[in-house]
Unconditional design. Structure first.
Length: 537
């Protein structure tokens, strides 16, 4: 067999293989299998093309050889030279070429379908990943919601607990107030009885003296005299022992302005029947007198920088009862004691950010943090005792007057404003009077309110209840034992801690009373402490 015949036979095998693969591509179970067989068919097409070229070359060689033979032996019988007709092979090659073109188109369609499938797979993969992410976030949110619900439940429980404590304290206060009213009424009855006994005793004494000088009635006079002595002794015992006991009740302690009746002493010297007994009256102790409001004036000092200092209320000084009575449950507010102060001036408002920012700007100090609640007319917060003290030093330099922080007794004198209740307006928190827990304002328990929003006390001083607690210059002591009666400040104590007064917007009734004492380390900076200032007259 010649090389041409071998080539043709090989080409026929390749064509058959190609046709078989083409049929398998059409019946393939999957696009992957179809692509693999199409790829293999593509290789066969290349081989068939190469075989076609080889056959063409062999045919060309045969033509050259045939021409040579004819030239050498023109008369020889050409019938003996075998001739190969390439017609059938050429047709097959053409058909293979056409089928190649169809196969290429088929492969192109398959590749396009593969690209679409791959794109869909990628899209599904992304969707799957997104779904997994959403699922993870949903689980996270579920855990967060669960934690939020637990936190909400805990907050609700704490609020209910605090409300229960507040209710219990209110009931205790109501009970004490009712008991005070009853005991005050009892005191009034007992004092009225004592007065009646004294009046009766006067009459009996007079009768005794008259009878004493009648000769026939000497025995009766002696008996009446003895009875009189016994009655007088009993009355004095009742007054001496019951009055201090009842004065320990808060409401009764405030009844000190009731005049004590004068006690009488009967002269034991003999007198004539015409003379009346000599009655000697003991002097009545002078009680605490309220400040005459017309004696209070207001002023405002100019600063060197052209601005004005804080508005001040000039108080005439006076005498007041500081602290709470012995029946108070707050040991640090006892014993209640008399304090005498000389005149001084105190700022009508808590020092505001506008006031304090002038100071920090002039001295290149770091401004106080406002907790993003706003500056301007809001009370300055997040200032330590040392910061407040530095402000008063600067204010002294700017005005030429001596400024400082108020002492604890100056603060309470100004806050009480000659009243005797738990607050300057009475004994209970009343809506519309302060910014505090349960005071009914829009800032309650949330943040500070601008200074001067609520009503001033009778001295014209604002925000002595709630808004912010206020630094004082007084060092910490845990009670009033040994407190002096005179002096603007009680010197000594633990000066690493300073007393603060007035309560804050976060605190409730018990911590807002005018007698309430709290203390903090002098370096403390929190959003519930500010201050006001005093000018020494």
């Amino acid at each position: 067999m010649s090389s041409l015949d071998q080539a043709k036979a090989e080409a026929q095998k390749l064509i058959k293989r190609y046709n078989k693969l083409q049929a398998e591509v059409k019946t393939a179970d999957s696009s992957v299998e179809a692509a693999r067989k199409a790829k293999e068919a593509q290789k066969l097409v290349s081989q068939i093309s190469a075989m076609q070229a080889a056959i063409a070359k062999l045919q060309e060689k045969d033509k050259v050889a045939e021409a040579t033979i004819k030239a050498v032996a023109p008369n020889s019988d050409t019938a003996l030279i075998p001739s190969v007709s390439p017609l059938s092979t050429t047709d097959q090659l053409r058909r293979a070429e056409a089928e190649k073109t169809l196969l290429e188109a088929r492969i192109a369609r398959i590749e396009t379908a593969q690209q679409k499938t791959r794109a869909q797979i990628d899209q599904l993969s992304r969707a799957k990943a997104e779904l997994a992410k959403l699922k993870a976030e949903a689980e996270k949110n579920k855990d967060k919601r669960s934690n939020d619900e637990k936190l909400q439940q805990e907050l609700t429980r704490l609020i209910e607990k605090k409300e229960e404590e507040q209710r219990r304290l209110q009931e205790e206060v109501d009970n004490i107030r009712q008991q005070s009213v009853k005991e005050a009424e009892l005191l009034r009855v007992q004092r009225d009885t004592a007065r009646a006994l004294m009046e009766k005793q006067k009459e009996i004494e007079k009768e005794k003296i008259r009878i004493a000088f009648r000769p026939k009635s000497g025995i009766i006079g002696i008996m009446l005299g003895l009875a009189l002595v016994v009655i007088l002794f009993i009355a004095l015992v009742v007054i001496i022992f019951l009055t201090p006991l009842l004065d320990s009740v808060p409401l009764v302690a405030n009844l000190k302005k009731v005049q004590q009746p004068p006690t009488t002493v009967v002269s034991t010297t003999e007198t004539s029947p015409e003379k009346e007994p000599v009655i000697v009256s003991k002097p009545v102790i002078e009680e605490v007198q309220p400040v005459n409001l017309s004696s209070i004036s207001f002023t405002r000092d100019k600063l060197k920088n052209g601005f004005q200092g804080p508005p001040m209320a000039v108080l005439p000084g006076g005498t007041f009862m500081m602290g709470s009575s012995d029946s108070s449950i707050n040991r640090e507010e006892r014993p209640q004691h008399k304090v005498v102060l000389t005149p001084f001036a105190i700022s009508r408002y808590e020092i505001s950010f506008a006031d304090y920012d002038q100071f920090t700007s002039a001295t290149n100090r770091t401004p106080a943090d406002d907790n993003q609640w706003g500056r301007g007319n809001r009370p300055v917060i997040n200032v330590s005792f040392e910061d407040a003290l530095a402000y008063t030093t600067w204010l002294t330099e700017q005005t030429g007057y001596q400024y400082r922080l108020p002492s604890e007794r100056e603060w309470e004198f100004a806050a009480r404003a000659s009243t005797t209740g738990s607050f300057w307006w009475g004994y209970q928190i009343t809506q519309g009077y302060a910014n505090c827990g349960g005071c009914g304002s829009q800032w309650d328990g949330k943040q500070t309110a601008p200074v001067g929003i609520f009503k001033p006390n009778p001295f014209g001083i604002y925000d002595t209840v709630g808004n912010v607690m206020e630094w004082t210059m007084t060092c910490f002591r845990n009670d009033y034992q040994g407190a002096p009666q005179y002096g603007q400040n009680w010197e000594g104590g633990d000066c690493s801690r300073r007393m603060v007064r007035g309560g804050s917007f976060k605190q409730y009734e018990a911590d807002l009373r005018v007698a309430r004492r709290q203390n903090f380390n002098s370096r403390t900076k929190i959003n519930t402490i500010g201050f006001r200032v005093v000018r020494v007259n």
